[in-house]
Design a binder for this molecule. Sequence first.
Ligand code: SAH
Ligand code: SF4
Length: 343
Amino acid sequence: MPYLHAPEDLVQLLGDEPSYRVDQLRDWLYQTPVLDAVDMTNLPTGLRESIGSTLWPFAVEVEQSADAGTTRKWLFRAPDGAAIEAVLMGYPRRATLCISSQAGCALGCTFCATGQFGFERHLEPGEIVAQVAYARAFLRQIGMPGVPGRLTNVVFMGMGEPLANYDRVREAIRRLIETMGMSARSVTVSTVGIVPGIRRLAEEPWPVNLAISLHAADDELRSRLVPINKRYPIADLETAAAAYYEKKGRRVSIEWTMMDHVNDTLEQADKLAAIARRLRGHVNLIALNPTPLSPERASSRLRIDDFAHALEDRGVNVTVRDTRGRDIDAACGQLRVVSGISR
Ligand code: SAH
Ligand code: SF4
């Protein structure tokens, strides 16, 4: 499984092959990925065959399409049974891949399907990078209608908490940038607010985007929705996010999942506006995707618009995000539960 080797260590996999073969294979894996080793046209047939079915470190168990072919969800299955989900969202000028950093998640946010499922294991750097390579190969070789054939953005918003799997995620980011040639600005790490992880990320050489999943603007409500808030309360999270902005010059985005009469009130808008103004952050509002086990309901369109206007009136940049892939449970927070049941 070549993606499980660091790009620099491929030579170990190829053993006796000449070094230009190693370079050729590295190009096929990271520069112009292909869905099937058969298409690695400048490699000898024997080598292509030996790579064969072990090209990807997972099997493609489910592939689903929605939004007129512009959203694709994959459920990849690692040999040990771990489920890895990724969602590709195509737009006229960009294609964004939402990737997973862990199988499951230990942090138990009440409204999140992944959290409700619990933690299974960390994903290896190669398993994270292979999701990106797979989507790249898909866009190049199959494509989506009206969408560029090139992956433009990667967001760590699938399953798992990236900063709870710091070293492996760091190594995956290094490969995306240094080997695959992605720009740091096209990569976004979304975190529930692991403060030491944010501080470490600020020390890394790459100015990746940081998104913080805030969802509540006072500690009482946030600790209820996002239990890890008891360890890293809002004030500490805000300080770490401000330091990140200062160090990297990248504005932090604030994710806010809209829950009916829970966090869509004027009182929350007021408090959120104060935080967002201090951080000069951009707020992304997204309607809750209700999960089978979550007690919360989604805010109505009207309440979302009112909340967005309240933020704007208070001088905050805000975007209401679309909910791609709802009908295939591909939207945020819905990864895993459905596939988990179907296993
Ligand atoms: N663990 C990281 C990244 C994965 S979750 C984090 O929490 O940021 C990616 C995003 O989906 C987060 O902003 C998360 O709060 C949001 N999310 C989780 N469950 C959701 C749901 N049911 N509906 C809408 N958004 C949800
Ligand atoms: Fe984990 Fe993020 Fe889901 Fe919370 S929202 S349970 S941190 S994946």
